[in-house]
Design a protein around this ligand. Structure first.
Ligand code: GDP
Length: 297
């Protein structure tokens, strides 16, 4: 589909430069390619511009080592800079869940993969960290969503807070906290309601729930294929409730992963996990190196 950026850069450089140092013109020509590739990978224009500027400063005047071609050298500089921007947390998969029961709030728009990710995360905590996990759905608007979480719980062998008709999200959250405390759970995951778009009622509700349980982590789940929209959603949720990390879903699709770069550059929030499929073990710890490789192609 796309010619990979690595190939394009090698081509440009192998035509231009013979030996010696990387000249400013050489670097500029190559960086035009980098910018186009970033835009094709769905990185927003301002982020692509800043990124290219940073690489330009690093690359200009660098001595070309004999062992690699100039093209390979610039690819490496671009790769390292991508990793530098993408790296947000030393250990993205390590959640703050020391003090039991630790509340984790899952937020995001409807359809972004929030409920599925709640199940995936519960499974991971149970199986890899040996935690006793409780899940609760706060989506009082969609009985189907509550039911979906119950089904997921059954599939992975994780307890789900029983549904009580007519309860408000804040009250469900408080009941989850109580149940988690009394039942000796290590972690409880609160799957908040999503909307098709951000609105005041949704935000107020999430804010109220957050105040009621004081979550150790607030994870925003967003569709990684929605690019700039995902970044805007993250900014809004962060401004209102303060997010501690991001889960990018649908990273198993055709997208080049550019949303990850924009997300990091614009919000400064760490990407903690990526969803790579519909199955309940299709959740991976975010690896900057892998996404950098994917953006480079
Ligand atoms: P919610 O409305 O945010 O709770 O979204 P759901 O968890 O119900 O997910 C919506 C759809 O996206 C479901 O069909 C999921 O199976 C699917 N989904 C969630 N995460 C991923 C992912 O990482 N990759 C793929 N391919 N599909 C996903």
């Amino acid at each position: 589909m796309f010619e990979s950026l690595s190939d394009r850069l090698s081509g440009v450089f192998d035509r231009l430069t013979k030996q010696g140092a990387l000249s400013e013109d050489d670097v500029k020509t190559a960086l035009r390619e980098v910018r186009v590739a970033l835009l094709e990978a769905d990185v927003s224009l301002p982020v692509a511009r800043d990124f290219v500027r940073a690489v330009q400063d690093k690359a200009t005047g660098q001595a070309v080592t004999k062992s690699v071609t100039p093209g390979q050298q610039v690819v490496k500089i671009v790769h390292d800079e991508l990793v530098a921007v993408l790296t947000g947390a030393e250990d993205p998969g390590k959640l703050k869940i020391d003090n039991a029961p630790a509340p984790i709030l899952m937020v995001g728009l409807q359809g972004g993969g929030k409920t599925t990710t709640t199940g995936k995360l519960a499974k991971r905590l149970k199986e890899r960290e040996n935690k006793r996990v409780l899940m609760a759905s706060l989506d009082v608007y969609r009985p189907a969503a509550m039911h979906q979480l119950e089904v997921l719980g059954g599939q992975i062998g994780v307890d789900v807070l029983p549904i009580v008709e007519g309860q408000k999200p804040v009250d469900i959250a408080k009941r989850a906290k109580q149940q988690a405390t009394m039942g000796g759970y290590d972690v409880y995951l609160l799957d908040t309601a999503g909307r098709l778009q951000i609105d005041e009622v949704l935000m107020q509700e999430v804010e109220d729930v957050s105040k009621a349980v004081n979550p150790r982590e607030t994870l925003l789940v967003v569709d990684g294929l929605t690019g700039q929209v995902a970044v805007e959603v993250a900014e809004e949720f962060d401004a209102k409730v303060g997010i501690s990390g991001v889960v990018l879903t649908r990273m198993d699709g055709d997208g080049r992963g550019g949303a990850a770069l924009s997300m990091r550059a614009v919000t400064g929030k760490p990407i903690r996990f990526v969803g790579v499929g519909e199955k309940l073990d299709a959740l991976e710890t975010f690896e900057p190196d892998r996404i950098a490789g994917r953006i480079l192609g």
